[in-house]
Design a protein around this ligand. Structure first.
Ligand code: FE2
Length: 171
């Protein structure tokens, strides 16, 4: 496998960082357009698919394959299981925040008004904060640990799993 799958995961994290930046622009636009909270639909349309599909798919790959490979490479005193359980919880929280804001964003993307734009802007900011915290944690702890511990065979297993999931998603 030519590409290190951890580089691909890191690239997806950079896309998620850009998604957070786009969400921040939307929250700022809602706040600037109060009390109507109406924003340019084009600004919102671009975040819907990444929010609805890409984050959950990315998290499933990490939880279902990357975490289990790392668990196999745990060493005494690592607290690996605790680390990974904490991250899985952060990811579940991210997905709950995404579920909370998706309906409102879909309404804005159709050019319609949401009933409570201030609440939606606050929920978007909570979503961004959690996502950025979790991305920083993955960059600081998860990926360095994976680069240190995973064997060539593990990386090949991960790469093949990611290809398979990508193919399934495109069908
Ligand atoms: Fe991730």
């Amino acid at each position: 496998m030519a590409e290190n799958p951890l580089d691909q995961i890191a690239a997806e994290h950079r896309l998620q960082e850009r998604l957070c930046d786009a969400l921040e622009t939307i929250a700022d636009s809602i706040a600037a357009a109060m009390p109507e909270g109406r924003v340019d639909p084009a600004l919102v349309q671009g975040v819907l698919i990444p929010l609805r599909d890409d984050i959950a798919a990315h998290n499933r790959i990490e939880q279902d394959m990357l975490f289990s490979l790392l668990e196999k490479r745990a060493r005494p005193g690592d607290d690996m299981a605790e680390l990974l359980a904490g991250l899985a919880l952060e990811q579940a929280t991210d997905e709950c925040f995404v579920d909370e804001i998706l309906g409102g964003l879909e309404t804005l993307a159709r050019g319609e008004r949401v009933p409570n734009p201030a609440t939606l802007a606050a929920q978007i900011r909570c979503c961004i904060e959690n996502q950025r915290r979790h991305l920083a944690w993955e960059a600081r702890v998860l990926l360095p640990l994976a680069r240190e511990r995973l064997t060539t065979e593990d990386l090949d297993t991960l790469a093949r799993y990611m290809l398979k999931k990508g193919d399934e998603a495109r069908q």
